[in-house]
Design a protein around this ligand. Sequence first.
Ligand code: AHR
Length: 499
Amino acid sequence: MDRLVVNADLGTQKISRHLYGHFAEHLGRCIYEGLWVGTDSGIPNTRGFRNDVVAALRKLNMPNLRWPGGCFADTYHWTDGIGPREKRPTIVNVHWGGTTENNHVGTHEFLDLCEQLGSPAGPCEPAICGNVGSGTVREMAEWLEYLTMPGQSPMADLRRRNGRAEPWPVKYWGVGNENWGCGGNMRPQYYADLYRNYASYCRHFGRQKLYKIACGHLDEWNEVLMREAGRFMDGLSVHYYTVPGPWEKKGSATQFDAPEWWVTLKKGWEIETFIRKTAGIMDRYDPQRRVGMIMDEWGTWFDVEPGTNPGFLYQQNTIRDALVAGLTFNIFHAHAERVFMANIAQTVNVLQAMVLTDGEKMLLTPTYHVFEMYKVHQDATLLPSHVEAAPYTAGGDASDPKNVLPQVSASASRDAAGKVHVSLCNLHHEKGAELLCDFRGMTAASVTGRVLTAPAMNSMNTFDRPDAVKPVTFSDYKLGKADLRVALPPRSVTVLEIA
Ligand code: AHR
């Protein structure tokens, strides 16, 4: 039997709600169609944003939304997206399919969307990424003035002429995206100097202090950047995608066998190695852990659905994606002392999406349900826990760590009301797991929970069967005087509440 020990009376580290952030890029059908249908659409909308999608996303307690990219960010000139929509210039979206972008979703629309996505749990804060690759220092500084200046100034006056009197509460600010690649193919020393230059003029013109995020990457880049510019940043952005195969043949989102299931979860788990390595570099230059690691793109990346535009990155989403999401959150929690914000790529119709749309139809993906189930961890206190689980191997030599995954991943937290939540992922594609849970420092008097599982490895929601994969009440447990025994179904994500 597997074992879980939770130290329910220990723990001081908060799990930042911003780990549950999202990302919407001008890419494929994410912004246009997925979120924005325009004010004249027959699809019910509020000032152009579709009501069904916004209502679904509000239930996730979205803490933030990253925009406008991605690679798109370093081609985006914000002045193209203000003023009367019919007068805005069109541009070519060079990174994503060469489509024509009419700029109908610009600054005002995006910030309206954030306001619509706020929930009773808190606001959905904008996390804007500025253009370093093809922009200028002045352009970025003026965007911030436009967004945040309360008094009179050229940009604040322009904002007022465009219909917005008050500044917006913008705090999270990315200084470029992937500037080692699509954002300019720069070298680390060059970007470090550019970052220092741009960041000097990135000001919040109101009372808020801006949280400036530098573009990170891999080892050497992060080393140079932390050394040369660490003291000028609040966050370091890094990206991690779970891709089962090589880049040229990533693998299908829906047609895969057990070995490919295993490899996907193994690669998903390797985000922990990446976090440790990156944190090690950050620790050398920032031992106080003032700078947050910002995992502002993560998730599965498969081959696009057959017959869809390769530049649109549209993929289906199965129970396997749900496992990657649950596992990743358990890992983020374990590193909450350094990882402050994360944004899954992406919100609608792109990569590991929450929501897929087809005309007026919409469905919630298995990944959506994980975000909804896990929201109880947002801003809760991480409880130190330890899991001892059976090895899950893909065959081969089980004594070689590279062939082994722990079958169960777990995380526990205590919320402001004192309730303990435990999230459990049984990664095995066909075997259940028996887990003996020991809650130290509390008497578990009651248990409730929900489980997300599915009949097959590739079960998914479709527009014909949108509820094929959804959470149900979890009842396969036995609460004794001193412990709790749970039986986790194969390929499942379970969240329990212990009181
Ligand atoms: O999320 C899709 C793309 O992946 C983003 O535009 C880019 O930043 C990353 O390479």
